[in-house]
Write a protein that binds this ligand. Structure first.
Ligand SMILES: [Zn+2]
Length: 302
């Protein structure tokens, strides 16, 4: 069995030690975990999740009458907050998730990064993605790194014009530093090859897999006054922990996606079956969920 997230974590330590532009990053401030995603399907390969942002300003949802424009319903006032993650008492400001098996089968074809890697082996796309996510981490821990505009200001977009080029430069810098090829050898294999070579592919996940720590809504204890004619609609959200520790981590084996005809036959089976994973160990190092709409504000995907 290969533990994929352990291998990525080990590689991250080596990259940070060898690439000066990432030298401010402390690998102990990071937790690498896995999510599930099919190879070949649309979606991210990896995502940088920031847990350092402060609560938002209070706000509320509201619904208006189409004709009159008058507010007819509203939610209670609320703020959104980041959950906290601690590993053995140490606060973890950033998480990086890798989507398996999709990440393992990433290639350069049709990708924006292809123009930087003419004639390079396809697995370099995975190394590029790892460096890309590391570069998203703001050295000041103030969220996702802001990219400066050529005019000198800061761009609202997380990927400024030069982002991909800088990442490719760091990938080259890392490889030119002559690291031990064993550190990144696992990137050469696709998901099926890893299974053949190691028997199975495991990774660290959160205990509430497929869920993981994300921004959550907290209703204000003291609600400002409001016109009594407007009804209050409670906010529905999944129950999610606000604090996670090493006891909320587990090791899970990721499996090849089933062929479509097999999916149809097993559609009624357990939820976790749809994700094609098996739990192999709880609390290896030692629970989770929230509305998806916040993810895009606080994370950067690749
Ligand atoms: Zn990105």
């Amino acid at each position: 069995m290969i533990n994929y997230t352990d291998r990525v974590t080990d590689l991250v330590r080596d990259i940070v030690a060898r690439v000066p532009a990432l030298a401010d990053l402390n690998p102990d401030d990071l937790l690498v975990f896995a999510r599930y995603g099919r190879s070949g399907a649309a979606g991210a390969y990896a995502t940088c999740h920031c847990l350092t942002l402060p609560p938002t300003e209070p706000g509320y949802y509201y619904w208006c009458d189409r004709q009159s424009g008058r507010v007819t319903r509203r939610s209670p006032w609320f703020v959104t907050k980041s959950p906290k993650v601690f590993l053995h008492g140490r606060p973890i400001p950033y998480l990086i998730s890798f989507v398996l098996p999709r990440f393992c089968d990433q290639t350069l074809d049709l990708s924006r990064k292809r123009r930087f890697y003419h004639g390079e082996p396809v697995w370099i796309a995975k190394l590029d993605t790892i460096v890309h996510e590391l570069y998203h981490i703001d050295p000041a821990r103030a969220g996702i790194r802001k990219i400066e505009r050529q005019s000198g200001g800061q761009s609202a977009a997380a990927h400024g014009r030069c982002f991909f080029e800088r990442v490719a430069g760091m990938v080259r810098q890392y490889l030119d530093s002559r690291p031990d090829p064993e550190r990144y050898a696992f990137l050469r294999d696709g998901f099926a090859e890893l299974g053949e070579r190691y028997g199975s592919v495991a990774a660290t996940t959160f205990r509430t897999f497929p869920s993981f720590p994300q921004r959550y809504i907290e209703t204000l204890e003291t609600q400002p006054p409001w016109a009594p004619a407007v009804s209050i609609q409670p906010i529905k959200q999944p129950h999610a922990p606000k604090v996670y520790t090493e006891r909320d981590l587990e090791t899970r084996v990721f499996l090849e996606p089933q062929p479509l005809h097999a999916q149809a036959a097993t559609r009624c089976q357990a939820f976790s079956h749809a994700y094609r994973t098996l739990l192999v160990a709880q609390s290896r190092h030692g629970t989770a969920a929230a509305p998806a709409q916040w993810a895009s504000q606080r994370t950067r995907e690749s």
